[in-house]
Structures are given as C-alpha cells and as structure tokens.
Design a protein around this ligand. Structure first.
Ligand code: SF4
Ligand code: SF4
Length: 171
C-alpha cells in the first residue's frame, strides 16, 4: 500500500499522463509545426542568470549585463524582473529551424520549455491551446488511460486567457 496521500498520488499520475501525452502527441509534431513556440512570438521565456548567460553566450558579468540592459544596449528581447530575465518577440537563440532545440537535454533549457504545452500543477492539468498539436479529446483519453475508467474529467477555460484550459480530475 502506498504511504503517500491520495492527493499526491493523483498529482503524480496526472504528471505521468501529461508527460506521456507530450511524448506521444506533441514532441513528434514539433519538426513540422507551422508556428513553433520557440520563436517566442506568443510565449515569454522565463530564465535565470545561468540560462540567460548560456543561451545568449554572454561573456560579461551579470552586473555588466544588467547595466547594458538598463542602458538599452542589451538584447532588446530580454527584460529583467524580480531577479529573473524574460525573453519575448525574437526566436530563442537555441532554436534551430531544421533540428529544433539545441539544448533540450541540458540544464540550459528553461523549465517552461518542458512544461509547455501540457503540464500538471497542484493536482490539475493545464493545456495551452496555442500549441497546434494539442487535442483536448486525445489528452483526456490519455488521462483516462493512465488513471483508469473511474476518472471523471472536468474542463474549464481561463477567463482572461481562454487558450489556457484546465482539466480537473475526480475519482
Ligand atoms: S507550438 Fe507545440 S508543436 Fe509547435 S513547436 Fe511548440 S510544442 Fe511543438
Ligand atoms: S530553450 Fe529550446 S525549447 Fe526552449 S524556447 Fe529555446 S529552443 Fe525552444
């Protein structure tokens, strides 16, 4: 018998279902995607300093880089906030149009890149419909297959960002 709480077990199973769906349905579609998320025209990349330094191949210190950004001489796609950096509106430097992400299996890859477009959070699954590979019915089928036939799945969309859909599961 598992010593973990039912809630934690459910979260683990949902995380496994999200990962299975990403592997089976999303990642295989990426090479032929018509609107790759790595172009960052829709998504914002959240990065720590090590990732920013590595991805943009910066040679200066963080202090010098921050000064450069503040003076408007840094990469215009990067904005600093709350000790982190946010990149938007230009393709990620690790994106290669022919082979995809060149850092996918390295620590340089931001967490958000693994989570997009389907991830578990606090016992629920969030699906981001800005990814053209996401099919909600297929995702629900994957969840049902992982959790069993007694899983009841309820779907709701974010009021402000309706492309973010939450799937809540009860047994
Ligand atoms: S939007 Fe979806 S299918 Fe397209 S590259 Fe990103 S994860 Fe892959
Ligand atoms: S780190 Fe890789 S997966 Fe993430 S945005 Fe850049 S190219 Fe895409």
């Amino acid at each position: 018998m598992s010593s973990q709480s039912p809630r934690r077990n459910l979260a683990k199973e949902l995380a496994a279902a999200a990962a299975a769906y990403q592997s089976a349905a999303v990642i295989p579609h990426c090479p032929s995607c018509a609107a790759p998320c790595c172009k960052l025209d829709k998504l914002v990349l959240e990065l720590d300093w090590a990732q920013t330094k590595g991805l943009w191949r910066l040679e200066e210190s963080r202090k010098e880089f921050d000064k450069r950004l503040a003076a408007g001489r840094g990469p215009i796609e990067i904005r600093p906030a709350n000790g982190l950096y946010y990149a938007h509106s230009r393709p990620c430097p690790a994106f290669d149009a022919s082979c995809g992400c060149t850092v996918y299996t390295t620590p340089l890859k931001p967490v958000g890149c693994s989570d997009f477009p389907v991830y578990e959070d606090e016992g629920r699954i969030t699906a981001d419909l800005r990814c053209e590979a996401v099919d909600l019915e297929a995702l629900k089928a994957t969840i049902s297959n992982t959790l069993g036939p007694d899983a009841r799945i309820r779907q709701s969309a974010d009021k402000e960002f309706p492309f973010l859909v939450t799937l809540t599961v009860k047994r």
